[in-house]
Design a protein around this ligand. Structure first.
Ligand SMILES: [Zn+2]
Length: 274
């Protein structure tokens, strides 16, 4: 499932390919991935003739920035992929939901096998509302130990769940939440408010560390994630606990445990994580 590093990898691939290009048409094959009130007609009307001024990211959301401060926000859901037609290998993308044709003959393809992804077209005003609904960017300067601590202190939810809530910290999903908790030596079931100042500091460093390393490896692929060139991410072998139940902890050799926490797996080392 794409998280911040996978979205960032796609953004870095798309930015040089798309900046300056002009969209001439939008074709929607599966309208269920359009976030209401967006409709195929509104999408086509909104993007047609517009130049792409940049490509950016907020949390896990890929943003295609358009002329006149419009933003096409792509939430990749479970299996969403964004690729340009010139980089897509034939046969690799079989679930194309939206095609944005470009003036230069290429196209932007949004492919989504499971269709949990969502596209939204934002005006400056609606984007301000959406942006405000998302929490701190973990790789930005605003993500200080003080702010992180202030937010954890008022919450009784397990810290793994806390990390997944996009209203607090944006972009972290189950893979990197579990990996960061391992690096910080904190058990996923701990209530957020019970973390000490030192643990919060370690968790902040661990989150930033794992996200930066995952971006460098171009993300993690289990089955469906591909970057904007259709390639798999390379971070899977670097995972210490996630998807490694029963295997030895890379630090102490104890068996990695898997538990279910609010319907999602959590993985941890019973020796290293307290
Ligand atoms: Zn261990």
């Amino acid at each position: 499932m794409p998280e911040l590093p996978e979205a960032e990898t796609i953004v870095r691939d798309l930015r040089p390919r798309l900046t300056g290009a002009t969209i001439v048409d939008a074709r929607v094959r599966h309208a269920d991935i359009l976030n209401p009130p967006l409709t195929p007609r509104r999408l086509a009307h909104g993007v047609r003739g517009r130049r792409i001024s940049g490509v950016s990211r907020r949390g896990k959301i890929v943003i295609i920035e358009l002329q006149h401060d419009l933003r096409l926000a792509i939430n990749l859901g479970m299996s969403g992929r964004v690729v340009t037609s010139d980089a897509a290998r034939a046969g690799e993308f079989r679930h194309i939901a939206v095609t944005l044709a470009l003036e230069d003959g290429r196209a932007i393809l949004y492919d989504d096998a499971r269709r949990f992804g969502r596209l939204a077209l934002h005006t400056p005003l609606s984007w301000r509302v959406r942006d405000a609904s998302l929490g701190l960017e973990p790789l930005s300067n605003e993500f200080t130990a003080e702010r992180f601590r202030a937010l954890t202190r008022v919450s009784a939810v397990p810290i793994r769940n806390w990390l997944l809530d996009q209203r607090r910290v944006a972009g972290v999903g189950n893979i990197y939440a579990n990996e960061a908790l391992f690096l910080a030596g904190v058990r996923p079931t701990r209530r957020a408010r019970t973390l000490t100042r030192a643990e919060v500091g370690r968790l902040r460093e661990a989150l930033r560390n794992v996200l930066v390393r995952a971006i460098a490896a171009r993300g993690t692929t289990f089955s469906l994630y591909r970057d904007a060139s259709g390639e798999e991410g390379g971070f899977y072998p670097a995972l210490a606990v996630y998807d490694r139940a029963g295997q030895p902890c890379p630090r102490c050799g104890s068996g990695i445990k898997r538990i279910v926490l609010t319907n999602r797996s959590a993985f941890y080392c019973p020796t290293c994580q307290r």
